[in-house]
Each structure stands twice: as structure tokens, then as C-alpha cells.
Design a protein around this ligand. Structure first.
Ligand SMILES: Nc1ncnc2c1ncn2[C@@H]1O[C@H](COP(=O)(O)OP(=O)(O)O)[C@@H](O)[C@H]1O
Ligand SMILES: [Mg+2]
Length: 300
């Protein structure tokens, strides 16, 4: 039996001041795995960046002249008009050509929260941020129930510390943030005792007392190749099935969902077809069900 559409919303922001730590990769692939794991929770992806990776990955149709994007949604204080159906059953807000003007309209850090409150959206919202801690990223931190902090090395660990400090100062509470280890090559030995970088980072995170996800993403040559070889950066679920990073991504998605109080759908897990088709705009229609069933083939 099809699950009824949710009446709730859960906002996740993925943040790090450091570039190349996997923010966009985690945001995009979490969106895809969430869709595949629970069909009653639609997913809206919002990129607060002017880079086009998410657009290339999720867009189904070429952009029409005058098409609405993030800047219009921001100006209208509501995303209803600009949300598009995308590949893999994920909805998205098209990115603006640049974010300079947007930043000027984001000085109040609760602006995005209010926009989402006025937007008719129930389900997950995933916000991929730019590699900075400026106005738009602060808006993401103020809008999110959960903040994911990708850490791939010592430098990004230090950047995560800054986000915890911002959350404390803004009285948002550091317990909404979780470190997630990404891109860590477990073969990198960093001390004479044979401990690797992953172990060292874990030790440091424990020492700081920071909350973190137990699941992590290793550096994956398959994923690296996938993203450099194609115009549409690859969905791990659709293009790297059977690899270690697929298992890791799925486990991470399940862990994040569980924390959000969303259980994977047993009915969907039993079926496993695939296909990057879009569902209907709102959850629950027959289009959606067909798309999700296609999206799930070969989940394990
Ligand atoms: N687990 C991984 N294994 C290998 N390459 C990865 C992995 N995660 C991300 N990448 C690659 O690293 C680069 C930076 O990732 P990206 O998600 O764009 O980082 P950010 O958004 O933080 O700048 C991209 O080329 C991406 O394909
Ligand atoms: Mg990015």
C-alpha cells in the first residue's frame, strides 16, 4: 500500500567553509537516496551557489527564457513558482546566474527560514551551500533542523569548529550539527602506530565532543571518474551500484533519515526498479509511484 504523503518538513543544510570536501556530492546523493528509500517524503534541493553542478545533475528540460530561479523565489519570498521537477524524483530550485545580489538580500539570517515557511512544501529540504560562512550560508544554518559538516582532512575539521561556534553564538544550539567524514582515504597512514587519517579525525572529533554520523564516505575512484567523465555528474545510486561508496551513501542516508524520524519504506525496499524520471509535483500520484519504483532497482 502506498504511504500517505507526509505533512511535515525537515530541513538539512550541508556546510563547510572549505571547498572540495563533498558538500555538493553529499547534498545531491542524499536527495536521491532519500527519494528511493521513502516515497512519502518528497525532496527539494536548494543550491545556494551559482555553480551549475546541481542544475546539470537534476534538470530534465533545457531552461526556458525567463524561467524562475532562486533569485526570483528569494525576491518573491516564496519558492512555489520556481520549484521544478527533476531527475531521480528530486525537485529543485534552479540556481541563479550569480549570488551577489542575493547575498545583499540575505542580511537577515532568518530570511530563508521565512521563505520556506511560506513555500508549500512538505518533506525534506536539502540546502547545499557555498564554501563560505557568509550571509547565504548563515541563512541555511538558521533554516536547518540538521546541519551536516563534511570533514575530509585537518583543515576541514577546523572549518567545522567555526560552524559550531556560529551555532553557539546564534543560540541555535550546536546539537543540530553533525560531522560527516567524507573523501577519507583509509590507506593514508599518519603515524608510526599504523593509524590512518580517518582514525585520527575520529579521535579529534570525539575529543571535541562533537556529534557525528557513524557512517562516512571513503574516497572513491569510481565516483571521481564518474564526475569528471560526464556532463551530468553521476548519481551514485544509478551509476555506482555495487561499489563501496554506494553502500556507504545508502547507510548514511538511512542514518540521517532515522534521525529525522523518517523510516525507510518497507514496500519500496522490496521492489528495485530504476530510472531517472520525475514524479508529479506533489507526492502520492501514480507518476510518483512509478518513478520511485524505477528508481529503486538494484538498491543493494
Ligand atoms: N567520496 C568521494 N570520492 C571521490 N571523489 C569525490 C567524493 N566526494 C566528492 N568527490 C569529488 O570531489 C570533488 C569535490 O566535491 P564537491 O562535492 O563538489 O565538494 P564541495 O561541494 O564541498 O566543493 C568533486 O569533483 C567530486 O566529484
Ligand atoms: Mg559544492
Amino acid at each position: 500500500m502506498e504511504a500517505p504523503p507526509t505533512t511535515q518538513r525537515f530541513v538539512i543544510a550541508v556546510c563547510s567553509n572549505k571547498g572540495g570536501v563533498g558538500k555538493t556530492t553529499v547534498s545531491a546523493n542524499l536527495a536521491i537516496y532519500f527519494r528511493a528509500l521513502q516515497d512519502s517524503w518528497p525532496v527539494l534541493l536548494v543550491g545556494l551557489d551559482d555553480q551549475s553542478v546541481l542544475d546539470r545533475m537534476f534538470r530534465l528540460e533545457p531552461a526556458l527564457p525567463g524561467e524562475g530561479h532562486l533569485k526570483h523565489g528569494w525576491a518573491e519570498r516564496c519558492f512555489d513558482r520556481v520549484i521544478q521537477r527533476g531527475r531521480y524524483g528530486v525537485h529543485f530550485v534552479p540556481p541563479p546566474p550569480d549570488t551577489a545580489l542575493l547575498k545583499a538580500r540575505a542580511q537577515d539570517p532568518y530570511t530563508l527560514r521565512r521563505i520556506l515557511d511560506r513555500t508549500d512544501w512538505r518533506g525534506f529540504v536539502i540546502i547545499d551551500t557555498k564554501s563560505d560562512l557568509e550571509a547565504l550560508t548563515l541563512n541555511a544554518l538558521h533554516a536547518a533542523e540538521r546541519v551536516l559538516l563534511p570533514v575530509s582532512d585537518r583543515a576541514s575539521l577546523e572549518e567545522a569548529a567555526k560552524v559550531f561556534t556560529i551555532l553557539d553564538r546564534a543560540r541555535l544550539g550546536r546539537d543540530r550539527a553533525r560531522v560527516v567524514l567524507t573523501l577519507v582515504d583509509r590507506r593514508t597512514r599518519v603515524d608510526g602506530a599504523g593509524r590512518d587519517l580517518h582514525d585520527r579525525l575520529e579521535d579529534e572529533i570525539a575529543r571535541q565532543g562533537w556529534p557525528r554520523y557513524k557512517n562516512f564516505l571513503s574516497r572513491s575512484p569510481r565516483l571521481e571518474a564518474l564526475n569528471s567523465a560526464t556532463v551530468h555528474p553521476g548519481s551514485i545510486l544509478h551509476h555506482a551500484r555495487g561499489t563501496q561508496v554506494h553502500g556507504q551513501m545508502r547507510a548514511l542516508a538511512e542514518e540521517v533519515m532515522q534521525e529525522a524520524g523518517v523510516a525507510p519504506s518497507a514496500a519500496v525496499r522490496a521492489d528495485r526498479p530504476t530510472g531517472p524520471q520525475a514524479p508529479s509535483r506533489r507526492p502520492g500520484g501514480p507518476d510518483l509511484k512509478r518513478a520511485l519504483l524505477r528508481g529503486l532497482r538494484g538498491m543493494r
